[in-house]
Write a protein that binds this ligand. Structure first.
Ligand SMILES: [Cu+2]
Length: 346
């Protein structure tokens, strides 16, 4: 129904535009081509100027309306640099935006067709072209240079003392794996993935490093301690979005990606800072990944080392879930089967 109405409105819009164009054509014939063209030119010049003024008022209005809605202070140390870069980029592009837009529309108004002057033919100027090519190129090189520098930093080697968490996206949830006491992740193989057998990430149980790995559905990290995320996906491309930390990284099936950062405030501290008692850090999926994409919102808890230790100790390794203690009766049954099999052989 909605689609039908949209098509109807578009069809009406087209019809109205067509009729106006036709009507103005007839008017032009009635008034004489020359006069009509000059009048249309004057109207267009005025409308362009009106567009500039209304547009600038709109820019100011949007800015005022959305002022309090942008993200607060960066919750990670690395995010501060990213914010600085963003503000510098905004300042430079902002100045260029205002200068170019004002000149564009003002010139269109000022130099509209007039009987009093003739257009000046000015086909080429090497000096001008060099200036307006080199200056933007230099500015962009500096901006991109800083961007690449910080990009290599957050995707490069994490500090020695960084904790590691593996993040796996799938339609439509996040799963987190902690390496356990040994600090080493056990091997995985995608063909071993079997949620029914308590193996949602495809851990290879022959690998002893897997025996203490813990899987959770909440990301817990420690304040002021670098954390390295090892990111993957089980199906399509997802994207780990941690907007409050200013971090973002694609989750690609088959190709692990990494990034690391240092959280600055615990969830509790941030709740106090923002004045919102219900404040939580969020992990979102920043890549359209299917119908349930919106449901990939997860919770990140930043806490002190003691709180983290208490939480992780309460979690059971996934190995234990996949290998429940055999029930006491099952052993004799197996023995009976062996005896029967032996008898059959004889
Ligand atoms: Cu997703």
């Amino acid at each position: 129904m909605q689609t039908f109405f949209i098509i109807l409105i578009l069809a009406f819009g087209f019809l109205i535009t067509f009729q106006i164009a036709k009507a103005s054509e007839y008017v032009a014939v009635l008034r004489g081509e020359e006069k009509a063209r000059k009048q249309t030119n004057r109207i267009n010049a005025f409308l362009l100027l009106a567009f500039l003024v209304l547009g600038l008022i709109g820019v100011y209005y949007c800015n005022e309306r959305l002022k309090g809605k942008i993200l607060g202070e960066s919750a990670s140390i690395q995010g501060e640099k990213i914010d600085t870069m963003l503000y510098i980029t905004l300042a430079i592009t902002g100045v260029v935006f205002f200068i170019t837009q004002i000149l564009l529309f003002w010139f269109a108004f000022k130099y509209q067709e007039s009987d009093k002057r003739k257009a000046y033919y000015y086909p080429h100027n090497n000096k001008l072209e060099v200036i307006w090519t080199v200056i933007p190129a230099l500015a962009l090189t500096v901006l991109v240079g800083f961007g690449i520098y910080y990009w290599f930093k957050i995707t490069g080697d994490a500090p020695q003392d960084a904790m590691q968490v593996e993040v796996t996206g799938s339609q439509f949830k996040w799963e987190f794996r902690y390496p356990g006491r040994d600090g080493v992740f056990g091997k995985k193989y995608y063909k071993a993935i079997d949620p029914k057998k308590e193996n949602p990430l495809g851990q290879l149980w022959d690998d002893p490093y897997n025996h203490d790995d813990i899987i959770t559905n909440e990301l817990h990290i420690v304040v002021n301690k670098p954390v390295k995320l090892i990111i993957g996906s089980k199906d399509v491309i997802h994207d780990v979005g941690l907007s409050q930390f200013r971090m973002k990284m694609d989750a690609v099936p088959g190709t692990p990606t990494t990034m690391w950062f240092t959280p600055k405030f615990t969830t509790r501290e941030m709740a106090e800072k923002s004045g919102d008692p219900d404040f939580v850090y969020e992990i979102s999926c920043d890549q359209m990944c299917g119908q349930g994409h919106f449901g990939m919102r997860g919770i990140v808890i930043v806490e002190t080392q003691e709180e983290f230790d208490r939480w992780i100790i309460s979690k059971k390794p996934q190995y234990l879930a996949a290998h429940p203690e055999p029930a006491p009766q099952s052993k004799p049954a197996a023995d009976t089967a062996k005896v029967v099999a032996a008898n059959l052989k004889n």
